[in-house]
Ligand binder design. Structure first.
Ligand code: SF4
Ligand code: SF4
Ligand code: SF4
Length: 250
């Protein structure tokens, strides 16, 4: 990789909110653009070059024509980052997979349905090899900056692989289950500085499941408050409809 790596940002099915998080790094942006060349980033520049080193791919793959495009990105880039929940999990777009495709297409496009192509939603790693994943909806700014440092230093970036509950307990938040609510923090990957429960909102799993979720402990929590898996299953489909464990439980 050259002394000043070239970064490129691409979006597939997404709201581009994760790319906006890059622009929101106001204090660090000057240092970042001093360390790298950003050569493709439609949220901020007109330039569109194809000689990039690191590609940040935002969004999920939802059409057959996306497949060719993302494969071309993979061929050009030395490193590919799946950028945000749409890319790492399929995200909210994957709720489409829970209904017949034709029905979804008619619902969205009405009598123009046949004009627009659509396919089962897939996260990026199911179509091409990815070198790193940045979780969250949207991605966290500190994690984005940490990932950039790792990539520039040639180090592996490791996202936390323990549940949101750990950080939530450290903050001494009262558990939402004890307030009669549900929360997926028991099995969801930490790293968001338990954003939702800290503000009284349930975790809906935007960072995906930890690699080895302690399902027994999760069932114990549900049982303690008189709930079952069915009571939380719908929440899992918000971001994790592509996850094999969730698909099996549905
Ligand atoms: S992960 Fe969330 S913020 Fe990022 S592109 Fe998808 S919907 Fe938008
Ligand atoms: S279940 Fe939710 S509210 Fe309860 S400790 Fe875990 S993250 Fe916090
Ligand atoms: S608490 Fe859950 S839903 Fe909220 S930001 Fe963290 S991982 Fe995402």
């Amino acid at each position: 990789m050259s002394a000043k790596p070239k970064l490129a940002f691409f979006s597939f099915a997404s709201c581009e909110g994760c790319q906006l998080q890059v622009l929101n790094c106001e204090d660090e942006l000057v240092d970042l653009v001093g360390a790298v060349d950003i050569v493709n980033f439609r949220e901020a520049i007109d330039e569109k070059r194809e000689d990039y080193d690191i590609a940040f791919v935002e969004g999920s793959i939802t059409r057959e024509e996306d497949v060719e495009e993302v494969k071309e990105i993979r061929e050009r880039a030395k490193l590919v980052v799946a950028f945000g929940a749409c890319a790492t999990l399929g995200g909210v777009n994957a709720m489409k997979n829970l209904q017949p495709l034709d029905q979804v297409r008619r619902y969205v496009y009405g009598d123009k349905a046949q004009v627009f192509s659509t396919a089962e939603v897939r996260p990026v790693h199911e179509v091409i090899k990815v070198d790193a994943k940045l979780h969250g909806c949207p991605v966290s700014r500190p994690e984005f900056l940490e990932l950039c440092k790792c990539l520039l230093a040639g180090k592996e970036f490791k996202a936390p692989n323990y549940p949101v509950c750990v950080d939530c307990k450290l903050l001494e938040n009262v558990c939402l289950y004890h307030k009669g609510m549900t929360c997926l923090g028991v099995v969801t990957r930490a790293g968001c500085d338990p954003l939702c429960p800290s503000f009284g909102n349930k975790c809906i799993g935007c960072r995906g499941l930890v690699d080895n979720p302690n399902v027994d402990a999760a069932f114990d929590v549900l049982e303690d408050v008189g709930l079952t898996l069915d009571d939380v299953l719908k929440d899992f489909t918000m971001f994790n409809a592509c996850d094999e464990k969730v698909k099996k439980a549905l």
